[in-house]
Write a protein that binds this ligand. Structure first.
Ligand SMILES: *Cc1c(COP(=O)(O)O)cnc(C)c1O
Ligand SMILES: [Zn+2]
Length: 438
């Protein structure tokens, strides 16, 4: 199945690298791509911007044939990974048999110790996505993009990454037999660079920040050099983004098919947050959970807080910032989904808040000390923001609350530098006593 690449170099060709592969692709219940701004529909293909208004395209589904109880049984008897939700995702029905990293079904940890520390009485849970194959939530989104890449006949997987995505793409490409070539800012944490490089694909450091990397990738898509390349978060973005819905599905199923009252979600581009909302809405419409109010809260680092700044200022537009924070996985200064995040936080009665680097480190230590979960900086952001939202009265401690930890602390060891030995002693009981440890 060959992908035809547009030969022109106009803006719209650059925005939509290849012509849509109309009709013949089997991506399960995915029916078409639909513009989030004007509703214009186009056939499924490796395109991401509306040809009418340049708005972002997203997947439109046909779920009309589903019976609620039958669907619930089908999900519950499915594999212990994201493919249990295949009937709700843009993937072929036989996806579980294809070479993929099969992420998901991560632990929803009942965090009673943290709850006591934060004064939460309504039930506090940490959805711990560090348990995914490459130790971040990104495996969920890459798994979807890989299936789309396969369907469209791409042979190279690529992306612009703040770190975790690079590793997830490298690993998925290795498993599935694709070439990979991924682009990152040159100054990322060592743990993320090694994690991305070890799978054997090409890893390119760009002299600039994430927004520069992203701009470069957009140029590459419009160029013959990028022909046959699936950029998971650019020309495959509509498919990629749907992977975040699985967080919503898993949280509700793990709570016994119940919506949580409040969810605290980190924001980089804002895609994860908007798709968690989409996932919750689908569960309500399909009758899999009872329809009752929930609030979605967004969490940012103060050093890269374009969305929380807009939220607090009461603005609808998000003004780009130059990131400067230890939470590099969230350091997107010009977040594509920023305005949609503002809509969702306001519509659901949530909020968007930020914490500074010291608060992030403090929260990483708090989560580790109370629950035995070592989060990367993004997890420090969500836990720190949760604490702040309780203090300023925006998050109700008497309601069921889920906080996302989206990555593993082993990748961001520098954030907790100085953490180490309690003492160094001679191998004798005397020395042990002298050190005050007995
Ligand atoms: C990418 C990422 C996110 C969220 O990214 P969005 O672009 O907002 O979807 C959250 N946490 C970690 C650790 C990430 O790597
Ligand atoms: Zn449009």
């Amino acid at each position: 199945m060959a992908v035809q690449t547009a030969a022109t170099s106009t803006d719209s060709a650059a925005a939509n690298s290849a012509t849509a592969n109309s009709g013949s692709v089997d991506l399960g219940p995915a029916a078409a791509l639909s513009c989030r701004e004007c509703g214009h529909r186009v056939p499924l293909g490796p395109v991401f911007a509306c040809e009418e208004c340049f708005g972002p395209l997203e997947i439109a589904y046909d779920f009309s044939a589903y019976d609620t109880e039958e669907l619930r049984r089908r999900i519950e008897s499915g594999p212990a990974n994201i493919w249990r939700y295949a009937p709700l995702l843009p993937v072929p029905a036989d996806v579980a048999g294809k070479p993929n990293l099969n992420p998901g079904w991560t632990k929803l940890v009942q965090a009673d110790n943290l709850a006591r520390e934060l004064g939460v009485t309504g039930g506090l849970y940490v959805k711990d996505d560090s348990g995914n194959p490459t130790h971040s939530f990104k495996d969920r989104v890459v798994a979807q993009a890989l299936e789309a890449a396969r369907a469209f006949g791409f042979t190279t997987l690529s992306c612009s990454s703040t770190g975790n995505l690079a590793g997830a793409v490298g690993a998925a490409a290795a498993r599935a037999g694709f070439r990979s070539c991924v682009f990152i800012p040159h100054d990322l944490e060592q743990g993320k660079v090694v994690m991305a490089a070890v799978y054997g694909g090409d890893l390119v450091g760009i002299q600039g920040n994430y927004d520069d990397v992203n701009r470069f990738c957009s140029e590459l898509i419009g160029d013959p050099a990028g022909e046959g390349w699936g950029f998971v978060n650019v020309n495959l973005r509509p498919y990629y983004a749907e992977g975040s819905k699985t967080l919503a599905y898993e949280i509700c199923e793990q709570l016994g098919w119940r919506l949580p009252d409040q969810i605290v979600v980190p924001i980089a581009s804002g895609s994860q947050l908007t798709k968690i909302d989409k996932g919750l809405q689908e569960l309500i419409k399909l009758g899999l959970v009872e329809d009752r109010p929930y609030k979605i809260f967004g969490a940012q680092a103060e050093g890269c807080s374009p969305v929380s700044t807009a939220y607090k200022d009461g603005h609808d537009v998000v003004r780009p910032q130059k990131p400067d924070t230890i939470a590099k996985s969230l350091a997107i200064g010009n977040p594509a989904d920023g305005p949609y995040v503002l809509d969702i936080a306001r519509r659901t009665g949530g909020a968007v808040e930020d914490v500074d680097d010291a608060e992030i480190v403090d929260a990483i230590r708090l989560l580790a000390r109370t629950e035995g979960i070592f989060a990367e900086t993004a997890g420090g952001v969500t836990v720190g923001v949760t604490r702040k939202l309780i203090k300023n009265g925006l998050l109700d401690p008497e309601k069921t609350t889920v906080v996302l930890n989206t990555g593993d602390g082993l990748k961001t060891l520098d954030a907790v530098a100085g953490t180490g030995l309690t003492a160094t002693i001679r191998p004798s009981l005397d020395a042990f006593r002298e050190a005050g440890l007995a």
